[in-house]
Each structure stands twice: as structure tokens, then as C-alpha cells.
Design a protein around this ligand. Structure first.
Ligand SMILES: C[S@@+](CC[C@H](N)C(=O)[O-])C[C@H]1O[C@@H](n2cnc3c(N)ncnc32)[C@H](O)[C@@H]1O
Length: 605
């Protein structure tokens, strides 16, 4: 079938969460002698941030390995460490017990009291006191709840456990009538369906706060108070892309396929179970749009009929598209009006309006007919405000259309309107006229912001996405002279924009989950744009990169009388019901004096 392809890693948090997250098995090469060299949770005297030391060189060969920095496991590790505290961690380490399962048996069942929630959505509890300081990580439980859990894996200072029972629910937080999916808690996709939406947004704000404390290595005076998370207009039926999957039949299963075309009872098509590598059979996903769920039902039947033909596991693709049969270069009326306005007023940004915390859903979305594309090479058409995008179904595009106008408008307003604590004359970029969109994908930011800039340059590794960006530019009458797109590594963009007026250039960075890299950040510092907006689906790599950027930029600009400040920081909820948060950080170039004044008023400490 056209939607079938061999399963590959995806670039999106939810896909990563549902299809790649392995069951966290007991490591099979545990060495008795605990590694004693790395004192964790040491506090950096200048920054106040806690940074576990990482093993290098020879030490890396030892069997106990800390998780890779900024991964979900690393985030949980640091949360666990913060919970037991530095002193207890040091004591366990000195006694050689920091990697040792304190329970004596591998699958112990425990009654626990949940005390916190980790940044990736799991509940954190302290082990009963007879076991000493140790943290248990359990999915789908809430602070204040008494739970029963079974440990299945131990690692440094903490163990992972399955949730067996919520003995005493926290009725202030948990309301099961909010849950819209019968697989909630069994499927690994969502963590927060039992919470009110306000609580979800609040917790995500805290994720941003903690990420900058744990990963930026910046002093508190450099980190502004994190603003409230902007909610998604749709909190269910918002995902415009789903990738359910299934395994190929085993030899035995292949012998047991009913001749009459009926569904084999062993067939499971869906998403990975919680703490599991196995696929669960799931017939619908309430965070996916209606049109995707309708097509999914059909697709499941088709797969069941042909299951004997699959030799490998497959990730299906279900992607929503507008049904409109647009011809090339045929913009809609509203777009024609928009481009006429653009011609007379290239930087027509109006004064800012306050951002609503949960923007209203734009009902005009529902007036247009949608369909579901299952072919990776198929064409998707999607509207974001006035702009129409056309891209290949298998390529990257944001998956929650309902929040894209609020997100792109916020990025635009952030560029043109510094907060009141920075007067327009303090900013060295009085009126940005040029835009660089690094990691531009199919041109989401470049094109939605194009009416507000004289010249734009976007760069992206995927040639296919660049083709889509050029195609979408043409569909929206944005000329290649005004907006150029290049395929290549993001760092290459700076060679191409040497003629851009640096202080009046805004740079948007929106890298994949692993974040940006030193090569790009060094070039960015050398270029010294007036304003930078860093959008990220992994706030931990964002915090790491922003910290590195600010430290290096400060050093490099010494003697020039200017420096960058981290002006605003806030989450956007692109993924309601899950623990994921998109984070938007705005950095601005100011004179040293203004930067100092800004820090004095805006910092979180
Ligand atoms: C999170 S997406 C953002 C895309 C776009 N800004 C959007 O919102 O639709 C990150 C993009 O970075 C691209 N990418 C990954 N590594 C890159 C690199 N080294 N240089 C340029 N682009 C890269 C990916 O192909 C992907 O399209």
C-alpha cells in the first residue's frame, strides 16, 4: 500500500515518543564497582546552575554511563538528582551506592507518595526511608498521590517503575472525566489527559524555568522571568499528522493468517505502550484530527487484509491536507490583497496587541474541506493565516495547525516590539528590515513574516523542504528576489547574507530536537544580528545553546560597547495532553549600559 514504509526515526517529539522510546531495560553489563569519580549536582559558583560532571576519555569505557545530555533520560536524571539533593547524592557516591539498586530484588513492588513531576511528565517519588535516598520514576501519577508501583530498571540515584495502582488520587489535580482516550496511561503518547488545561500550561512553564536552571549554565540575572505558556486553541483533534505502526508477522503468525481476509487476532496496529517497546492495538487517537482518524480506520482494515505481504515493521503516515485543487501561481483572493498591501508597505508592522493565553480557535479552518494523505510523496496543502503552504507529506511541517498563527504572530511581534523595559531607542535594531530563517523547513516563518521584511533568506538541510518553500513562496506571490531559499547546513547562511544590514537583521533559529551547534552559533556571533528568536521543540537543548551563545557573544563583543540579553522566554503548547513544550527565546543586542539596566529589572532572581 502507498502509505507503507520501513520504520525510520522521526524528527518530531510525539513520533519520537510513541515509536522510538524503548522499554528501559535493566542494563545487561552492570559492573559491580560503581564509578566514583563524578560528583553530581555540584553547584557552579558563578551561575548557581547544577551541572553533573560527565565522564570523558578512558572513563567512558566503564559500564555505567550517564545518559546523553538533554535527552529525556538525562532530564529525568537531573530531576531525580535535584530531588535527593547534593548531600545525599555525594554520600551515596562516596559509599559506592550511587548505581546500586537499594531494593535487593529486581522487580520490587512499592507503595509511594508522589512528590513532584519531572520535565518529561513522569511522577517522582522518594523510596520508602528504609531504602535510603533514592527516587522512583512512574508514569501517569500526580504529586500528592499515594501509588503502588513495580520497579523494572535501576540507574544512577533512581529507578523506573510501572504504575500498578493509584491508591489515593489527588482530587485537586486528577479528574478522570477529562480523559478522552480509552488507552490513556496504557499508550505512551499522552501524559496529561487527567489534568485541567490550565495546569498543563502551568507545568509546561515550569519545564522552561527548570531547563534554563539546569542546562543554560547562566546566572539567574541573565534569565528573565518565564512568561505564561500560550495554549493551543484546540486541545484535542489538533494533530495533523499521525504515524501509527505495526510489526511484520513472525513466522508462526504468518502461518496463522485467516484465509477469509478477516483480521488476525494477534495483529496490533497503533502506538507503543507506556514503558514498552511493543505496539498496542489502538483504533483511534483523539489528539489526531477527525479526518485522520476516519482514514486510519480504513487503513487498519487494509493492512489487516494484506498483513501476510509485510516482511518488515511499517510506520503508516496519516497527514491532513486541504482539499482545494489549487493550480500553480493561483493565489486566493485574500492573498492577492495581502501581496498588494505588501508592495506599498514592506514593513507594515502595527502596534502590538496583548497575547491571549489560550487564543481562540479560528472557525474559518472548519469551512475548508480536508482530506488525509497517506503517501509519503503526496502533496499537502495547509493554510497558516493568509498564507498557503504546499509540501511533501513525508517532510517536516509543524503538526498543530491551530496554534501556528498565534506562534508566528508572536515571533513577529517579538522581533518588532521589545518589551516596555527596553525602549525602542535602547535597541540597536530600531526597525528590523531583513530576516534570516535558519532551519527554515518549508518556509513557515520566512513566508508568514515576509510582508514585514524587505529581504529574507532561508536555509534548510532538506532539499525537498527547500523545493516546497520555493513553491509556497510562488503560490503566495512572494518573489525569489525578496525571499530566497537555499538547501544546506544552517551555518552556511552567513556567507550568503553579508549584504544584510546586521543590526537591522532578525535571525530565527528553529533547529531539530538535538539543537543547534557551535559552528552555527560562532557564525551567528560573528554576524551579530540585532535580534534573534530561537524556537525549539526541545527547551533543554535550547537552554544549552542560548547559554553558550550568551557567554561566547559577551566575550567576543568585549570593547564594542554592546551585548546580547535574553529578553523573553515562554512556552507554546503545540502538543496538548502531552508533556512536550515548544519554547521561544528572544535575544536582543543592546548597549552595555541598557543591557545592565534590563537585567536589573527583568531577571528571575
Ligand atoms: C523543527 S524543524 C523546523 C522547520 C521550520 N522552521 C518549521 O517551523 O516548519 C527543524 C528543521 O531543521 C532542518 N535541519 C536539521 N539539521 C539542519 C542543519 N544542520 N542545517 C539546516 N537545517 C537543518 C530539518 O530538516 C528540519 O526541517
Amino acid at each position: 500500500m502507498d502509505s507503507a514504509r520501513q520504520r525510520t526515526p522521526e524528527d518530531h517529539p510525539l513520533e519520537e515518543h510513541v515509536s522510538k522510546k524503548p522499554r528501559l531495560e535493566e542494563p545487561n553489563n552492570v559492573e559491580e564497582s560503581a564509578v566514583k569519580s563524578s560528583l553530581v549536582g555540584t553547584s557552579d559558583a558563578t551561575s548557581g546552575a547544577k551541572q553533573p560532571k560527565r565522564r570523558k576519555g578512558k572513563e567512558r569505557k566503564k559500564k555505567h554511563q550517564l545518559p546523553e545530555e538533554c535527552t529525556a533520560e538525562d532530564v529525568v536524571y537531573r530531576d531525580a538528582l535535584n530531588l535527593i539533593g547534593e548531600e545525599a547524592a555525594k554520600r551515596l557516591e562516596d559509599e559506592g551506592k550511587d548505581w546500586t539498586n537499594p531494593f535487593g530484588e529486581s522487580k520490587v513492588e512499592l507503595e509511594l507518595e508522589v512528590v513532584a513531576v519531572s520535565s518529561e511528565g513522569s511522577a517522582l517519588s522518594l523510596a520508602p526511608s528504609e531504602y535510603g535516598p533514592w527516587v522512583i520514576v512512574t508514569p501517569h501519577a500526580l504529586p500528592g498521590e499515594k501509588i503502588k508501583a513495580r520497579v523494572f530498571r535501576n540507574t544512577r540515584f533512581h529507578s523506573y517503575a510501572d504504575l500498578l495502582e493509584v491508591i489515593t488520587p489527588n482530587d485537586k489535580l486528577r479528574d478522570v472525566s477529562r480523559v478522552k482516550c480509552k488507552y490513556f496511561t496504557k499508550c505512551s503518547g499522552c501524559q496529561y489527559q487527567m489534568l485541567s488545561y490550565e495546569t498543563q500550561l502551568d507545568w509546561k512553564k515550569n519545564v522552561v524555568v527548570k531547563a534554563y536552571q539546569n542546562y543554560s549554565n547562566l546566572p539567574g540575572t541573565d534569565i528573565p522571568t518565564v512568561l505564561p505558556t500560550i495554549g493551543s486553541p484546540l486541545q484535542y483533534s489538533y494533530r495533523t499528522k499521525l504515524t501509527p505502526h505495526f510489526d511484520a508477522p513472525t513466522k508462526n503468525q504468518a502461518k496463522n493468517i485467516p484465509d477469509d481476509g478477516s483480521r488476525p487476532e494477534w495483529l496490533r496496529i497503533g502506538f507503543n505502550g507506556t514503558n514498552s517497546r511493543s505496539v498496542m492495538d489502538i483504533e483511534e487517537c483523539p489528539i489526531g484530527t477527525k479526518v485522520l482518524n476516519e482514514k486510519y480506520a480504513e487503513t487498519r482494515e487494509e493492512v489487516a487484509r494484506k498483513i501476510g505481504t509485510y516482511k518488515r515493521g511499517v510506520s503508516l503516515l496519516l497527514r491532513e491536507s486541504l482539499e482545494i485543487p489549487l493550480e500553480p501561481n493561483e493565489p486566493s483572493d485574500s492573498m492577492a490583497i495581502d501581496s498588494a498591501a505588501e508592495a506599498t508597505s514592506p514593513t507594515r508592522e502595527s502596534s502590538p496587541t496583548p497575547v491571549p493565553i489560550i487564543p481562540e480557535y479560528d472557525l474559518s479552518h472548519d469551512l475548508e474541506k480536508k482530506l488525509c494523505i497517506t503517501d509519503h510523496k503526496g502533496t499537502i496543502r495547509e493554510r497558516v493565516g493568509d498564507m498557503l503552504f504546499q509540501y511533501t507529506a513525508g517532510s517536516f511541517f509543524q503538526n498543530n495547525n491551530s496554534i501556528l498563527v498565534p506562534l508566528t504572530s508572536y515571533v513577529r511581534k517579538s522581533i518588532f516590539h521589545p518589551p516596555p523595559s527596553i525602549s525602542p531607542t535602547s535597541s540597536l535594531s530600531e526597525k528590523p528590515t531583513h530576516l534570516v530563517d535558519a532551519y527554515c523547513g518549508a518556509g513557515l516563518f520566512a513566508l508568514t513574516l515576509s510582508p514585514y521584511f524587505k529581504k529574507i533568506s532561508g536555509i534548510e538541510l532538506s532539499e525537498d523542504s527547500i523545493k516546497s518553500a520555493k513553491r509556497s513562496a510562488s503560490l503566495n506571490n512572494v518573489s525569489p528576489q525578496k525571499c530566497e531559499f537555499t538547501s544546506g547546513d544552517a551555518a552556511n547562511i552567513f556567507a550568503q547574507v553579508q549584504d544584510f544590514p546586521r543590526q537591522n537583521t532578525a535571525v530565527i533559529i528553529d533547529p531539530p530536537r538535538r539543537g543547534s551547534d557551535e559552528k552555527f552559533l560562532d557564525q551567528l556571533i560573528k554576524f551579530t544580528p540585532g535580534v534573534i528568536v530561537y524556537v525549539s521543540c526541545n527547551v533543554h537543548t535550547q537552554a544549552r545553546d542560548v547559554g553558550m551563545f550568551l557567554r561566547k557573544a559577551r566575550e567576543s563583543l568585549i570593547g564594542e560597547g554592546k551585548e546580547y540579553v535574553l529578553e523573553t522566554l515562554r512556552g507554546f503548547d503545540l502538543f496538548p495532553q502531552t508533556a512536550h513544550v515548544e519554547s521561544v527565546a528572544v535575544l536582543r543586542l543592546l548597549t552595555n549600559q541598557k543591557a545592565e539596566e534590563f537585567r536589573a529589572t527583568a531577571s528571575s532572581q
